[in-house]
Design a protein around this ligand. Structure first.
Ligand code: GDP
Ligand code: IMO
Ligand code: MG
Length: 421
């Protein structure tokens, strides 16, 4: 009766969507437990690209139920667009998509506040996706939020108006920030009607009953460990707990049900938005990683910052999440590099450190281990033991440093481009 977890170990975009889609058919249910439409999870189904923002990445697997958990913040507008894009492929979508009655709703004014707050921060801005995520979670913890279950109460429009008015009082401080509220409200109310087509449940009882029957559940994380609101590079983080602990609060599942934690990391590192990134490459090598890896945001299209794999950071993420299996993605992006580096320690205030410091921006220098690249395609490889020696050396260094086994190696964006141990 286990719950397995798939989540990101870096700054997001590790390829979680692809791996969830690959493994989903081994589970009865796939659940999103946190985040919102700041996420962009890319799947290739029959050579066609789909980017999911709110719907769990198990939706393309026939017979798999997909649950949007209470820990998620949901924008009905993006959800409606997403449904319209994938519906032609998934005629039984509404039979396989369920929604928690406690999921928080993103209002148009949440997006407006996000925009106003970021504009006010100027150079200090977080680099938010401007999807209203932070303001919505602030209303949740401030106990002002509006939840899916509220839509089924007679006074739901009044509740909307009261919250909107609170938001407008705040927004009045920023008269220069432009936002067409009337237009956005119209679309929002229309999209609520689509939302009503989704069956609403209490995830607590629904998932508990499934576990009692011995069914398997897969929890899909969004963002990555270094964007966790408590343990990430605060304040340059998102507003939810992206780590394994978030599964329990974001779905209503007790911790003893969690079995495997599959941590996803790229063979290098990327980050979108502001904040410290110790192994970042601001040179031609970084540009090559961006080019080879097509590193442009799935949600905003922004160029992603690129750098070498950081083993100190990775080990921190493994500890926080209790990772039991590692999946390294985008190894193919390194195919044409003569030399590769991985970060193994930091210098902070003239001291060598192998732990992530309180503030990563205090790192003065990063020490790297260098390797020879493999300079060949990995397309033909379907098993670990057929991989070039240099790839195996790279993998063993990661395993040795982190003390966790790499069970999955992703060699391309397609569903089947995956080597499984
Ligand atoms: P997610 O947010 O963690 O689901 O990741 P994104 O979808 O935002 O970004 C990952 C990108 O890398 C997507 O464009 C994927 O199609 C692509 N991708 C995933 N795995 C691989 C891989 O092994 N190799 C290559 N070249 N691309 C991959
Ligand atoms: P997936 O699930 C990468 C980043 C933003 C910004 C910070 C805060 O696709 O991996 P927010 O919109 O939450 O206020 O932004 O977090 N960010 C992500 N970066 N992948 C994501 O999701 C992200 N979701 C948020 O770029 O720096
Ligand atoms: Mg993404």
């Amino acid at each position: 009766m286990p719950v397995d977890v798939i989540l990101g170990l870096q700054w997001g975009d590790e390829g979680k969507g692809k791996i969830v889609d690959y493994l989903a058919d081994q589970y009865k249910v796939v659940c999103r437990f946190q985040g919102g439409p700041n996420a962009g999870h890319t799947l290739y189904i029959n050579q066609r690209k789909f980017v999911l923002h709110t719907i769990p990445s198990g939706i393309f697997r026939t017979n798999v139920i997909n649950v949007i958990g209470n820990g998620v913040v949901l924008d009905p507008i993006t959800l409606e667009k997403e449904i319209n894009t994938i519906r032609p492929e998934i005629p039984d979508l509404f039979e396989r998509l369920l929604l928690s009655n406690k999921t928080q709703l993103i209002l148009p004014t949440h997006r407006w506040i996000d925009l106003a707050s970021e504009t006010a921060k100027g150079k200090e801005k977080i680099g938010s996706t401007l999807r209203g995520i932070g303001p919505c979670y602030m209303d949740k913890t401030g106990r002002n939020g509006m939840r899916v279950g509220d839509l089924y109460e007679a006074d739901w429009k009044n509740k909307y108006e009261v919250l909107k008015e609170k938001h407008l009082q705040f927004i009045r401080q920023f008269p220069d920030v432009d936002f067409n509220l009337q237009e956005q409200e119209k679309i929002w109310f229309e999209s609520i009607e689509t939302l009503r087509k989704i069956k609403v449940i209490s995830t607590e009882y629904y998932l508990h009953n499934l576990l009692a029957k011995g069914e398997n559940i897969l929890a899909e994380g969004a963002q990555g460990t270094m964007l966790d609101v408590d343990h990430g590079t605060y304040p340059y983080v998102t507003s939810s707990n992206t780590i394994t602990a978030g599964v329990c609060s974001g779905l209503g599942i007790a911790p003893q049900h969690i079995r495997k934690v599959i941590g996803i990391a790229k063979a290098y590192c990327t980050r979108v938005g502001s904040g410290p990134f110790p192994s970042e490459l601001l040179d031609a090598v970084g540009e090559k990683l961006r080019r080879e890896g097509s590193e442009f945001g799935s949600t905003t299209g922004r160029p992603r910052r690129c750098g070498w794999l950081d083993l100190v950071q990775l080990k921190y993420a493994i500890i926080l999440n209790g990772v039991t299996e590692l999946c390294i993605t985008k190894i193919d992006v390194l195919n044409s590099f003569d030399n590769l580096n991985v970060a193994t320690s930091y210098t902070v205030h003239n001291e060598i450190r192998t732990e992530v410091p309180f503030d990563m921006s205090t790192i003065d220098k990063v020490q790297f281990n260098s390797f020879k690249g493999w300079n060949c395609s990995l397309n033909e490889n379907r098993a670990f033991n057929t991989l070039p020696e240099q790839v195996l050396n790279f993998i063993h260094q990661i395993e040795e440093f982190t003390k966790v086994k790499i069970n999955y190696l992703s060699t391309g964006p397609g569903r089947e481009e995956l080597i499984v141990e």
